[in-house]
Design a binder for this molecule. Structure first.
Ligand code: WTA
Length: 660
């Protein structure tokens, strides 16, 4: 288990924040109105899951209604399996057919701020219908058909939403790669998914500079002979070349396409997307999500957790990138079916200055705001003056995701951003779960800073020991889900054994999340951290072994051990202990080289915050790296105080040999 220090103190947190008075009225009525309401619906959802989920699923538009809710043969679930539907239809066309074609679906704001302010674009459901149809036809023209996997490596532009929805429209699956990943990361993911088509942009705006997306794709394609087409959207006007026969200009390709592209009829269990995420090994895994179940839970949780209601002037904004699961579920697929306008912002929170987010909230009258604790900690550090310059009175619900939120950041969010009027929903979930699993219900659940509180409807979350016995409140253990849920992952692409081994073998018959957790005497859940070698850096999930593999791929490095350490802003920072090849001298420049190398192998998010050179890694007698010792060393030392000289950590290892 990772660091469990601190859990005792958080469990003693006794500040309780009931839902603010007047909240339900302010959002046009609550879907889950009180704790009694939550508790009775929760009980029913667990006692009779098939009727609960069947009813939830009937909210959406089916082409052929399902007659069975669940076929469960642990660890294989099939939800609503004999029904057919299309996700793009439920996000877009349905609203047009029901008379809401002119309502705003997406409000997009670009990062650069010109003399007239930033570029803002509003897309109605009718616009989305036309654009996804045209882009769907463009994909078909490139030979993309049902079941093919399209790789998307783009910035936060409206076209990325159009591209994802267009894939769903024609029955192709997508694999979105976060724009911060490097060319090598693209190579691994494209190969694993066997993707023949890559969608990209010339570049992406980030804090005033351009991330060279197309150049990264070109570098990747040199190692990807099977890629047939690259479609490039011109966004930043930077100088890029199109490779004859392979590359297509987005606008040119789309301009000649017809607007007629009916939504493909998809089986409930057809592949919707792959999303690569980090695990315990060096190789990221392609998490498999299928159509109907994913829609049902993503949309239901979006509705309940944020209390979204159409026609009430709600403007919902999630600051995540679509390259992560949060962007998939809570920018697009869970939000659009709820018919509430969704804001998408292209760039950084501090461009042109640290008040940008609050400026956006004020100008667009944002009502629902969903971000990560790491961002909140950065805002705190930047100071209250920035939010104070703006009118944030439109805000009604605040959300957090991705990592535990420290109580100080929670209180700051509550007071300075929420004006003490907005419930905070601290949502625990994962790429694998597809949607929220443990979260407050804003009009019902009294919140406690640092706790994600109670399970979402239909989710049988528990804390157990290795034998699957539920532990009493106050005893930390494994966080598991005991019953299948519709948006659960269906597998790891191409790796059945790893699926069974990672999620279903530790405790028989239960999904093991990979997190340790505890419950307080209210029964509220507190997430303690990962039990595997995964770390959460600024809310981004990384495998320590991925970073180690990147480091040892450098010729000067013989061995590397990577651990997380507490970091004021990032939550967890990356510490790398490195042994060098003989004859290689330890010096500061080499640290920079290794940081750059890691950035090149994975992406900037994986660059170590601290590198320590050692002539031997501390190991137990049986040869295991003593990670706990390394975590202790990393936690005790700030990155600024790095020593450059070689250290002999094996001495410490000898002193501690019995512990790990
Ligand atoms: C962590 C992000 C505490 C957790 C949606 C989980 C959290 C991992 C929370 C999944 C939260 C996510 N409180 N920890 N509210 N939300 N986590 O797949 O360790 O990128 O297992 O999905 O993030 O990260 P992933």
């Amino acid at each position: 288990m990772n660091d469990d220090a601190g859990i005792e103190s958080v469990l003693r947190e006794d500040r309780v924040f009931p839902p603010p008075a007047g909240f339900s009225e302010s959002v046009g009525g609550a879907w889950i109105a009180s704790m009694a309401d939550y508790e009775s619906r929760y009980r029913r959802s667990i006692d009779d899951p098939e009727s609960f989920w069947g009813e939830a699923a009937r909210e959406y538009r089916w082409m052929k209604p399902f007659t069975t809710v669940l076929e469960w043969n642990c660890p294989d679930a099939r939800w609503f399996a004999d029904g057919t539907l299309n996700l793009c239809d439920n996000c877009v066309d349905r609203h047009v057919d029901e008379g809401h074609g002119d309502d705003t679906a997406i409000i997009w704001e670009g990062e650069p701020v010109g003399a007239d302010g930033p570029e803002v674009l509003r897309l109605s459901y009718r616009d989305l219908q036309r654009e996804t149809a045209k882009f769907g036809n463009a994909l078909k023209a490139l030979g993309v058909g049902k079941g093919d996997i399209v790789t998307i490596y783009m910035g936060m532009v409206p076209e990325v939403a159009i591209a994802m929805l267009a894939c769903a429209r024609i029955g192709a699956a997508h694999s979105v790669i976060f724009g911060g990943f490097s060319a090598s990361a693209i190579v691994d993911r494209v190969n694993d998914a066997d993707s023949k088509v890559i969608l990209t942009c010339d570049g992406a705006w980030r804090r005033g500079s351009v991330v060279p997306l197309k150049a990264n794709v070109d570098e990747a394609c040199a190692k990807l002979p099977d890629v047939e087409h690259v479609v490039m959207l011109e966004r930043c006007g930077n100088d890029v070349e199109l490779t004859e026969g392979r590359d297509h200009d987005w606008a040119t390709l789309v301009s000649t396409q017809s607007e007629d592209c009916p939504c493909e009829e998809m089986a409930a269990e057809d592949l919707l997307f792959l999303l690569y995420t980090s695990g315990s090994t060096g190789k990221p895994k392609g998490i498999v999500h299928t159509t109907a179940g994913y829609l049902v839970h993503a949309a239901l949780t979006a509705k309940n957790t944020f209390n979204l209601r159409p026609g009430r002037d709600h403007v919902y904004w999630c600051t995540a990138d679509v390259g992560w699961i949060t962007g998939h579920s809570y920018i697009l697929y869970g939000i659009l079916p709820n018919r509430v306008p969704c804001l998408m912002y292209e760039g950084a929170p501090n461009a042109p200055d640290e008040a940008r987010f609050w400026d956006i909230v004020e100008r667009h009258r944002v009502t629902h705001f969903y971000t990560a604790p790491t961002a909140i900690r950065a805002f705190m550090k930047w100071g209250d003056a920035h939010p104070a310059k703006h009118d944030l009175s439109s805000l009604k619900v605040l959300g957090t995701v991705g990592e535990p939120i420290n109580p100080e950041a929670w209180i700051w969010y509550h007071e300075v951003i929420g004006g003490e009027r907005c419930p905070i929903v601290d949502t625990w979930w994962q790429t694998e779960t597809g949607g929220h699993m443990i979260t407050p219900q804003p009009a019902a659940t009294p919140t406690v800073p640092g706790s994600c509180t109670l399970p979402a409807l239909g989710i049988d979350a528990a804390i157990v020991d290795d034998d699957g016995n539920e532990l009493p409140n106050g005893r930390g253990g494994l966080l598991v889900i005991r019953k299948p849920w519709p948006s659960m992952l269906r597998g790891i692409h191409g790796d059945r054994d790893r699926y069974v081994e990672t999620y279903w073998s530790r405790v028989e018959g239960m999904y093991t999340a990979g997190d340790a957790a505890n419950r307080d005497d209210r029964g509220y859940f507190w997430i303690m951290g990962r039990i595997d070698d995964v770390i959460n850096v600024s809310g981004h999930r990384l495998g320590t072994m991925e970073v180690e593999s990147a480091l040892v791929s450098h010729p000067d490095v013989v061995e590397a051990a990577v651990v997380g350490f507490p970091h004021e802003i990032k939550g967890t920072g990356i510490a790398a202990f490195v042994t060098l090849a003989s004859g290689v001298e330890a010096h500061d420049e080499l640290k920079s080289t290794l940081r750059a190398h890691t950035g090149h192998e994975i992406g900037a998010i994986a660059k170590p915050d601290m590198i320590r050179f050692t002539n031997a890694l501390p190991k137990t007698r049986s040869g295991k790296i003593m990670r706990r010792l390394l975590r202790d060393i990393a936690a005790g030392r700030d990155s600024d105080q790095d020593t450059t000289t070689l250290e002999d950590l094996s001495v410490l290892a000898k002193l501690r040999d019995d512990e790990d």
